[in-house]
Design a protein around this ligand. Structure first.
Ligand SMILES: [Zn+2]
Length: 458
């Protein structure tokens, strides 16, 4: 380490300490200042750290928590950017917090969640061993532009690290196309036809036409959105066989799933400690990455059965006598998966939807019109009431009204404290669906009422 790097480390540690003393999360700011002093600080620190990076539209946080659990099962010493600071600055802060003042790393491994747009800056410094691309969906259009632009970002980032193994979602025609033009070793994960609940083809697709020749894809099966057994009838681009495959959904419960998996042809049964189909994807992707990082299969499988959901991602709380699930929503595909989960619930529940339109949410809330809230009508008998909140509560109310939900069953309440207090005496289940910035605020109130950790404590 040269003098500049040492000074940058000291400054970063000091700023982080100050921001914690002031009671702030402050994970990005210290790293930003450190990088101003020493622009290649992350490259210097991460040089001998074996790193797995998780990127993609949906499922980053949950996948990262599963990989972490697998690392713990294997007894590896690792660091992780658990607080959602997933840009270059936040990742740098995390590395600095795990090194000595002289710049010597205290951990051998790292589990890093990386924003898709930040991959171009982060990858060349971090030089990961393994990269998971979970999936690509239309998300926060005003921030990232077209989904193909996001795909281009990830491709450029991967071009800088040809030695990295990429774990690609075989069922996503967008992200598995990365293997067509990159020299990286690719492994695939996905759901086989037997693991997909038989349901009519989903109406919503973010990728209807072949990424190579623009011909409309044909599908053998669709799991959700544009994910499934796709094939182009003209150029032959098609779903790649999955090395890590879920072959059968044996049981789906409100608390988790039991599935049959095939790990490079070897059959196993896996318990997944979170409900909903999208978490089956997160589980198989994280399993693939963990094994590729050197975790033993048995330990990686055990991790699926015992990991805990990440911040606001199917996170469970106990509020009085009510079971609460907090499920972050941020785009149509992810939101439809939460609605899928609601459809599968057997108990009566109260639904709280919090819609914000701040920077991190995407300032354009028109995506709610693409999410299938109409499907709530089929389970109206089990919905006790719906509370809408957040900066754009009225937009959400209008959306539900157009979906055919009677206005009388919808309450608008902006004060989270009042909402949580009113729920405290209930005995029905509670489902919370906040957008990203609403998750931060609503979760703080929930934590205060239920007891728990603040987010920067991980
Ligand atoms: Zn084609």
């Amino acid at each position: 380490m040269n003098l500049k790097a040492i000074l940058a480390i000291a400054l970063c540690k000091l700023l982080r300490l100050l921001s914690r003393l002031l009671g702030r999360g402050g994970t990005a700011m210290p790293g930003r200042w450190a990088l101003k002093l020493c622009p290649d600080l992350l490259a210097r620190l991460s040089k001998n750290v074996k790193t797995v990076v998780i990127t993609g539209t949906n499922g980053k946080t949950t996948s990262a928590r599963i990989v972490e659990q697998a690392f713990r099962e294997q007894g590896l010493s690792y660091l992780a950017n658990r607080s959602g600071a997933n840009l270059l600055s936040g990742v740098t802060t995390e590395f600095v917090m795990n090194c000595t003042l002289g710049g010597k790393m205290k951990k051998e491994y790292a589990v890093i969640e990386c924003d898709e747009a930040a991959t171009v800056k982060v990858f060349p410094q971090l030089r990961p061993q393994v990269v998971i691309v979970t999936n690509l969906f239309r998300d926060q259009l005003d921030r990232f532009g077209e989904v193909t632009h996001t795909l281009g970002n990830i491709r450029t980032a991967l071009e800088s690290v040809p030695e990295a193994t990429i774990c690609l979602n075989a069922d996503c025609s967008l992200c598995s196309s990365l293997a067509l033009s990159l020299p990286n070793r690719a492994v695939y994960f996905g759901l086989e036809q037997g693991a997909v609940p038989s349901r009519a083809k989903a109406a919503l697709s973010d990728a209807t036409h072949c990424i190579r020749c623009k011909t409309e894809y044909e599908y053998d099966y669709v799991s959700y959105g544009h994910l499934g057994g796709f094939r182009c009838p003209k150029c032959g681009y098609a779903r790649h066989a999955a090395d890590y495959a879920v072959t059968e959904l044996i049981e789906q419960r409100s608390s988790g799933s039991t599935v049959a998996v095939s790990i490079r042809g070897e059959k196993q049964i896996a318990e997944i400690n979170l409900p909903a189909l999208y978490n089956v994807y997160n589980a198989i992707g994280a399993l693939a990455a963990s094994v590729e990082m050197g975790v033993e299969k048995e330990k990686a499988l055990h991790a699926l059965a015992v990991f805990k959901g990440g911040f606001g991602r199917m996170e469970a709380f106990q509020l009085g006598r009510a079971d609460v699930r907090m499920m972050l929503i941020k785009n149509p595909a992810g939101c439809n998966q939460v609605i899928d989960y609601l459809e599968g619930l057997r108990n009566r529940f109260v639904l709280v939807i919090c819609l914000n339109d701040r920077g991190a949410d995407g300032t354009d809330v028109s995506w709610i019109w693409d999410a299938e809230f109409e499907r709530l009508n089929s389970i109206a008998g089990r919905i006790e009431k719906i509370i809408v909140s957040g900066d754009r509560a009225q937009d959400m109310r209008v959306r539900l009204k157009y979906a055919g939900i009677p206005d009388a069953s919808i309450t608008v309440e902006h004060d989270y404290e009042k909402i949580v207090s009113s729920l405290e005496t209930l005995e029905t289940d509670i489902c919370l669906m906040p957008t990203y910035t609403a998750t931060l605020e609503l979760r703080e109130v929930m934590v205060r009422h239920c007891g728990g950790k603040q987010f920067w404590e991980g």
